[in-house]
Design a protein. Structure first.
Length: 154
């Protein structure tokens, strides 16, 4: 397990136990889970997120975070089920829900459920990147390699 996966696991544990969002907790999520946002903040593209966090508009802030950090992911489901909110993020929201790989989050607080689905999407991306990086070994081209024709012309 790499450092990013461990940070995301700790973040999920902390989010599941928290009764509500705070600016400090959002800051922890940005520090531990976000890779694109720091450079966007330097370029001034995260000002809206900062305003929403300062206003404690948590749902809008979390949706803005998803938009900035995971531009290919969209919320495809947000339901209240059995006393908690369930949020699903998808890279293919137009696909039937049964056939889609979603990142899901569950919590009593709606904004935290959305944030948990965000962290789960980051975890899925991290695992996918690790798997694709190690599944096909990279071989350097050899100078002694010969190309030959295998066609049957007869």
């Amino acid at each position: 397990m790499d450092a990013m996966t461990e940070r995301l696991d700790r973040l999920v544990d902390e989010l599941r136990l928290t009764p509500g969002l705070t600016p400090h907790l959002i800051s922890r999520v940005v520090t531990d889970a976000c890779t694109r946002l720091p450079s966007m903040a330097r370029a001034g593209r995260a000002a809206r997120l900062d305003r929403l966090v300062h206003a404690e508009s948590w749902i809008d802030a979390v949706l803005a975070l998803i938009e900035l950090e995971l531009p290919m992911w969209r919320p495809c489901r947000l339901i209240y089920d059995g006393g908690e909110w369930v949020c699903s993020l998808s890279r293919h929201p137009e696909a039937p829900f049964e056939f889609d790989d979603t990142a899901d989050g569950r919590h009593e607080v709606q904004a935290i459920a959305i944030l948990l689905s965000f962290v789960e999407a980051k975890r899925l991306l991290t695992t996918t990147e690790q798997a694709s990086a190690s599944s096909v070994p990279q071989v350097a081209p050899s100078a002694a390699a010969y190309a030959f024709c295998c066609d049957n012309f007869g």
